[in-house]
Write a protein that binds this ligand. Structure first.
Ligand code: GUN
Ligand code: FE
Length: 461
């Protein structure tokens, strides 16, 4: 069985389906309600292909194919810190845990260990595309790109720009140096993957407080020349917003700072967007700027509850981010689960929507189908790859995961075991209930195989 998201609240189930993928990883046919052997013969005859070299991956009872997850915001360089945040909030967390860890990755053997583990773990959790922040170190950033390429994860790799307010042991010397270092990483990745097919550079001003006006302006120019995507943080935490007001007294708002320097556009991914004002959200919608929703991090660092429904209703495209290590988990399935739960908080009494009528508050709640949309198609839109990944449609890439519900607690009767010993989980549950069980109880043990552009990049042993 295959399951894909059609629209925000519409998960399509393709039963008895066959997805045919060519050697370059492109989906060339999708046949539904078919006998498997017949489907292969029909499609291959139609395409004029030989049947000799066909490799077939079957989903057994209780298994299904699902589009690979897109992590629209993750700091690979913070991976060793997952779960370590104590009672800190954003600004003290950055100084206490984050900057020392990132700075330590100028040691290439350490960067190699950390980045390898991060990629291996995110692949094992079904993340086929990730928008990564690395560090300010060019060599270590280039190494992250090399590792994504060799391990086969589709990735956007950002060399972090921060020439302002950083600790003296971890800061860019000047805007010129920050921009030269960014260009060096772009050139490196061009040498690795000239068309940026699997690995692409992404321009990465850390956030407004850490960037001088010259650096933001320079990155805007560089973006005009290269057409590359960009990523940063916005309006995550109350103290951060105060700091932005102090640093940019002439700007009307946080979003306005980015707009002033020409980087609030359709290629920008803004992480968090928790405390935006109505005017800021309207400006972001107008500029077609994207949002990475990071619910796990927002709860862990007690940043706040982002209003995803409100953003979506303004027409803003939203994806999910783990925000490792503000977020404690490398799993987008966990981010999806938490996106659902924090959206419920908006409907509860005592929250930030208390002044709204109950009916309005109830609208804030996201469904299981909606959070799965954010995890796949929404994420694909955010990283600018909506025509390439996020669903199983002819012409798209085979970026997919094979999920096995066997480890999910379900009412399994003795006679539900199939001949080959796998568990037929269909006790009383319908497919949508099985999917809900996966979202709330599943983890990487359910992710049996993962492919990026047709290449098998993870397999459970
Ligand atoms: N704002 C600036 N840098 C960071 C970071 O590394 N993580 C998070 N969550 N927010 C940030
Ligand atoms: Fe972040």
């Amino acid at each position: 069985m295959e399951a894909i998201m059609l629209e925000l609240n519409e998960l399509e189930y393709l039963h008895n389906a066959a997805v045919c993928v060519d050697r370059l990883g492109k989906i060339v046919a999708v046949e539904t309600d078919c006998n498997q052997q017949k489907a292969i013969e029909t499609v291959y005859t139609r395409l004029g292909w030989s049947l000799d070299n066909v490799s077939v991956t079957l989903a057994r009872a209780g298994q299904f194919f699902f589009p690979g997850f897109v992590d629209t915001h993750i700091h690979a360089s913070q991976y060793p810190n997952v779960g370590v945040f104590g009672k800190s909030t954003l600004l003290d967390w950055l100084n206490k845990y984050t900057f020392p860890m990132e700075a330590s990755l100028s040691s290439l053997p350490k960067a190699h260990r950390v980045y390898t583990r991060c990629i291996r773990q995110t692949l094992a959790h079904g993340t086929t595309t990730a928008a990564y922040y690395a560090t300010i170190d060019v060599n270590a950033t280039n190494l992250l790109a090399d590792l994504c390429y060799s391990m086969g994860q589709r990735a956007f790799v950002g060399r972090v720009c921060m020439d302002h307010l950083g600790p003296e042991y971890y800061i860019d010397e000047s805007p010129d140096q920050a921009l030269a270092a960014t260009r060096a990483t772009i050139e490196h990745i061009r040498g690795l993957d000239s068309g940026f097919e699997i690995v692409s550079p992404i321009l990465t001003p850390r956030f407004a407080p850490a960037c001088s006006a010259e650096t933001m302006r320079g990155l805007s120019e560089l973006q005009k020349q290269t057409q590359l995507p960009m990523q940063t943080h916005i309006s995550e935490n109350a103290n951060e917003i105060e700091l932005v007001k102090e640093l940019f007294p002439d700007s009307k708002s946080y979003a306005n700072v980015y707009d002033t320097y020409g980087i609030l556009n359709e290629k920008m991914i803004l992480a968090h967007a928790v405390h935006l004002t109505e005017e800021e959200a309207d400006l972001i919608a107008e500029r077609k700027t994207k949002v990475a929703h990071c619910p796990v991090s927002n709860s862990a660092l007690s940043s706040g509850v982002a209003r995803v429904r409100w953003l979506l209703e303004k027409g803003i495209q939203v994806g999910l981010g783990t925000d490792v290590s503000g977020g404690y988990s490398p799993s987008i399935l966990e981010a999806a689960r938490q996106a659902k739960l924090v959206s419920n908080h908006l409907a509860m009494p005592g929250g930030r929507s208390d002044n709204l009528p109950q009916e309005e508050r109830d609208k804030s709640k996201l469904s299981v189908d909606e959070v799965l949309y954010l995890a796949t198609k929404g994420g694909a839109q955010v990283v600018g790859l909506a025509d390439k990944i996020g669903a199983f449609q002819v012409g798209m890439q085979w970026d997919a995961q094979l999920v096995d519900l066997g480890a999910v607690p379900a009412e399994v009767a003795e006679d539900d075991f199939t001949i080959d010993g796998s568990v037929d989980i269909f006790g009383w549950e319908e497919w949508d209930e099985c999917i809900a069980k996966w979202v709330f109880n599943g983890d990487s043990r359910n992710t049996k195989k993962v492919w990026v552009q047709g290449r098998l990049v993870h397999q459970q042993t």
